[in-house]
Write a protein that binds this ligand. Structure first.
Ligand code: NAD
Ligand code: MG
Length: 386
């Protein structure tokens, strides 16, 4: 029985994770769950999985939850401290890190420090503090397993190979809902249009990140830290069908890839059970029915966020953290119609230009840079400067 904590259990990844865990009750036990504000869904999950401990974002939510849990044997805690308690609960062996955004960093770091293996969905953790996370993973000798489908594909395509033979990592990107938009069409993009991803059903933030292609930029940074290859060895191909989840090219010309129907349950299950594979009831990939797969080069003129992320990675230090903070604020402003779609990249670029970079030495400093990025971005948005 592997004992699991799911951080962000009410989100898109959290729900898919619990769907996998539910099908293998003889292999996994859910010990801890955390949610933001979706008390209704968390309540259902508590009744279905019987965790020993749960956490919600604030005392207000915790109190609401406790009122509905009379007679149920579960500890309810809250806030950042509560998330950390769940991530580090003594019996937990693996933490599924599926909180969205910078809020996921501290609990993930705490889990690693407590010697837990981590199945990582929360890519922002590696964007903000990649070097520090990887140092701690090595120190604690824990496994950091990718949940992100592209990184799961690369992880699988590297398996059994010599890393010195690797020539290039190729991340595939669907291109999002605006892949074929002409430059003139971007100005009128609405939040509803941007949330409608062609291939994946995901949380709001990552859906907007996919539409701007910042998601792929964050994933380039994530790949840099997970696999320890420099940015020059990480390329992005547009692949609208999302069937090839990513590829690794070797120095003899061989290219290894992982394919599958686009469903996060497959990479989630692999991270949960690696090196074994779980017998998931997935529809088989029918390549003959698909007929063809297509590829193209990303257009950074129309999708500048991808380029910004490469630049942040090249400069390093606290710049990726500042970029992340600015992105989170800009995405939120766009979702509330306080910023245009194109304004997202502009806000991030302006923020990055004003950031005073420092070498990254602590998680606190990384979070401080993220916070600085948030304030700066908010200033630009409030001032109507974009
Ligand atoms: P989501 O918005 O659907 O869910 C986020 C979860 O985090 C929810 O449980 C929410 O309650 C919780 N949460 C939000 N803010 C919080 C806070 N301040 N404190 C504590 N908990 C908080 O997001 P998602 O789509 O499931 O994505 C989660 C993470 O996984 C993101 O980092 C995303 O980039 C990554 N990811 C998602 C997908 C996908 O298909 N959805 C794929 C790859 C990677
Ligand atoms: Mg991905």
């Amino acid at each position: 029985m592997k004992k699991i904590a799911v951080l962000g259990s009410t989100g898109s990844i959290g729900v898919s994770t619990l769907a996998v865990l539910k099908d293998f009750p003889e292999r996994f036990q859910v010990v801890a769950l955390t949610a933001g504000k979706n008390i209704g869904l968390l309540l259902q999950q508590i009744h279905a999985f019987h965790p020993r401990i749960v956490a919600v974002v604030s005392e207000l939510e915790a109190e609401k939850l406790r009122q509905q849990l009379e007679g149920v044997d579960v500890e309810v805690c809250c806030g950042a401290e509560g998330m950390i308690r769940c991530a580090t609960a003594s019996e937990v062996e693996m933490v599924v890190a599926a909180i969205v955004g910078a809020a996921g960093l501290m609990p993930t770091m705490a889990a690693i420090k407590a010697g837990k293996h981590v199945a990582l969905a929360n890519k922002e953790t590696l964007v903000i503090a990649g070097s520090l996370i990887i140092d701690e993973v090595k120190r604690q000798k824990v496994n950091l397993l990718p949940v992100d489908s592209e990184h799961s594909a690369i992880f699988q395509s590297l398996s059994g190979q010599r890393r010195e033979d690797v020539q290039r990592l190729i991340l595939t990107a669907s291109g999002g809902p605006f892949r074929e938009y002409g430059a003139a069409q971007f100005a009128a993009i609405t939040p509803a249009e941007a949330l409608a991803h062609p291939n994946w059903e995901m949380g709001q933030k990552i859906s907007i990140d996919s539409a701007t292609m910042m998601n792929k930029g964050l994933e380039v940074i994530e790949a840099r830290w997970l696999f320890d290859f420099p940015a020059e060895m990480i390329d992005v191909h547009i692949h609208p069908e999302s069937i090839i989840h990513s590829l690794v090219e070797y120095q003899d010309g061989a290219v290894m890839a992982q394919l599958g129907v686009p469903d996060m349950k497959t990479p989630i299950a692999y991270a949960l059970s690696w090196p074994e594979r779980l017998p998931l009831e997935q529809p088989p990939l029918n390549l003959c029915q698909l007929g063809q797969l297509s590829f193209s080069v990303p257009d950074v003129e129309r999708f500048p966020c991808l380029q910004l992320a490469y630049e942040a990675l090249a400069v390093g230090g606290t710049v990726p953290a500042a970029m992340n903070g600015a992105n989170e604020v800009a995405v939120e402003a766009f979702l509330h119609s306080r910023l245009s779609f194109q304004g997202i990249a502009k806000v991030i670029e302006k923020t990055m230009l004003q950031h005073k970079n420092e070498d990254l030495t602590s998680v606190e400093q990384a979070l401080h840079a993220d916070l600085w990025g948030r304030h700066k971005a908010q200033e630009f948005i409030n001032g109507g400067l974009v």
